[in-house]
Design a protein around this ligand. Structure first.
Ligand code: BG6
Length: 491
């Protein structure tokens, strides 16, 4: 398979928090891969900054460690590594003080038409301070861009405050809010599937779709992020952002073009149409869970070192979209840690045929479903009922028309770009289509806040569940009581 690489303009990318975890795991490996793909201009520069007093050599050693750990060994060759290292520079900056700002100014030349991107891989508490410093240093010209990532607020009020801080130095068209799910290959394919084909659109509505289920299951626990996670929980960590974005792309109206604001306007309409979940119905339509200990696995409470924690590591909920297209078709969302497998998928489940002309069958048929598997192996499958081949009368059988990308596109030699590769290149290109706009983030908080508040008011503790399962029993009931069932969390 041939991949097409369109080089981006010359740029200086300054990473604040360059010696942190995100930089090591994702940003530096992503930039290296894009360089290998020939997308990064020769004179591009990556300027790392952090509080640590590192020399350039020490920062380059950090980058070497990052590549060794997070880039497949087949891609690690001396010449490209040397070329990559030659693009790196480093300045120690105290973002709350004076240290380092002058040195950064000496390195960044704002005349000319280079792109200047500032990636804030630091605590959101510091965003406002850094924006003020970037303004003061004269780094906010027309070719400047700022990149931020979740948590984008903790609730509506803090999200608004954060948006105000960012807009103190940058226009909305210069602010890139990353939701890395939007950079995933199949998530974008969902848009291609819906809007580049005419097959599904006539059926993409409540007349034909029984329900939609969106699952983002993880087999890992909260790892070393206990403190952050225990203040967030699955709602803030996953649902308010990643799952709502998946829901938007599934439910939105066709934008009139594939362009940032056209797409984001449509997503915003979906979020605003989400029916509020009231305190009275909170126990009927939401299920929170928290993992117990299992063989060789610590409990959530031990992971976060908080015996009294009532934070959810699992959340399932049912939501409705109050508009003409979707009224009457529920969307079920489910996400959790320490579940049976790592699996993310969107399943659009169609209504059954209105009348069966066949003899009743022993098997139970679930109807057609279109499944968009986001990970681990990107795939689109269509569940169909066909005649069981061979003799024995008209026996029916459910099968999957399967398009696993790996097989279809001979991906053995080619690695799908990581979401960050695509997203960082989009920042440099100036394409905001796969980034969240400030009003989207606020609208998603406006939906999530009352739900979180209702849980707090009821002082309800999440239901315990065993690791390596599908989560708490009550989550199964959430669908069973509507006569539906979740898909298995397995490949
Ligand atoms: C992050 C969450 O945004 O997404 C993590 O903070 C989660 O808790 C991660 O593990 C999942 O991302 P991915 O790409 O591995 O599905």
């Amino acid at each position: 398979m041939v991949t097409k690489t369109i080089p981006v303009p010359s740029f200086d990318l300054t990473i604040f928090g360059a010696t942190g975890d995100l930089s090591k795991r994702k940003l530096l490996p992503a930039l290296y891969h894009r360089m290998l793909a020939g997308q990064i201009p020769r004179d591009a520069r990556i300027i790392g900054t952090s509080r640590s007093d590192l020399t350039i050599e020490e920062f380059r050693n950090f980058a070497i460690d990052s590549l060794n750990e997070f880039v497949p060994s087949k891609d690690l060759k001396k010449d490209p590594i040397d070329l990559f290292l030659s693009k790196l520079d480093y300045v120690a900056i105290d973002v709350t003080g004076e240290k380092g700002w002058d040195a950064l100014s000496e390195k960044i030349d704002m005349t000319g038409d280079r792109i200047h991107a500032f990636y804030l891989s630091i605590s959101p508490k510091l965003f406002g301070t850094v924006v003020d410093r970037l303004v003061a240093a004269g780094f906010t010209g027309p070719n400047s861009r700022i990149v931020v990532e979740k948590p984008l607020g903790h609730d509506l009020e803090s999200a608004r405050a954060l948006n105000e801080q960012l807009s103190a130095g940058f226009e909305e068209s210069q602010i890139y809010r990353i939701d890395h799910y939007l950079g995933k290959e199949t998530v974008q394919n969902l848009m291609a599937l819906r809007f580049a084909n005419s097959l599904f659109e006539p059926m993409w509505n409540s007349h034909h779709v029984d329900h939609v289920q969106i699952t983002v299951a993880e087999d890992i626990g909260v790892g070393g992020r206990g403190e952050y996670y225990d203040h967030s929980g699955a709602m803030r960590d996953m649902v308010q952002n990643h799952l709502i974005q998946l829901l938007c792309l599934t439910a939105m109206e066709p934008p009139n073009q594939f362009e940032a604001d056209a797409v984001r306007d449509e997503k915003l309409k979906v979020i605003k149409a989400l029916q509020p979940i009231t305190a009275a119905e909170i126990n009927d339509v939401t299920v929170r869970g928290q993992y117990r200990a299992g063989p060789g696995i610590k409990s959530y409470k031990d992971d976060v070192d908080n015996e009294k924690s009532k934070t959810e590591s699992f959340l399932a909920l049912k939501t409705n979209i109050a508009n003409w297209r979707w009224s009457g078709t529920p969307f079920y969302l489910r996400t959790g840690k320490r579940l049976r497998s790592r699996l993310s998928e969107i399943a659009v489940v169609f209504k059954s045929a209105p009348h069966s002309i066949f003899e009743p069958q022993n098997e139970h048929f679930r109807g057609n479903a279109l499944i968009i598997r986001v990970q681990p192996e990107e795939a689109i499958t269509l569940r169909m009922t066909i005649k069981d081949p061979g003799t024995g009368g008209m026996r029916l059988k459910e099968v999957s028309l399967d398009m696993t990308f790996h097989d279809k596109f001979d991906l053995d030699d080619i690695q799908m770009p990581d979401a960050y590769e695509r997203l960082i290149m989009d920042v440099i290109r100036g394409d905001q289509t796969l980034f969240m706009r400030g009003d989207e983030v606020e609208a998603a908080w406006a939906w999530a806040d009352p739900i979180i508040q209702a849980w707090q008011d009821s002082n309800q503790a999440p239901a315990p569940y065993d690791p390596n399962t599908s989560g708490p029993e009550d989550a199964l009931m959430l669908m069973h009581k509507d006569g539906r069932r979740w898909r298995e969390i397995s490949l």
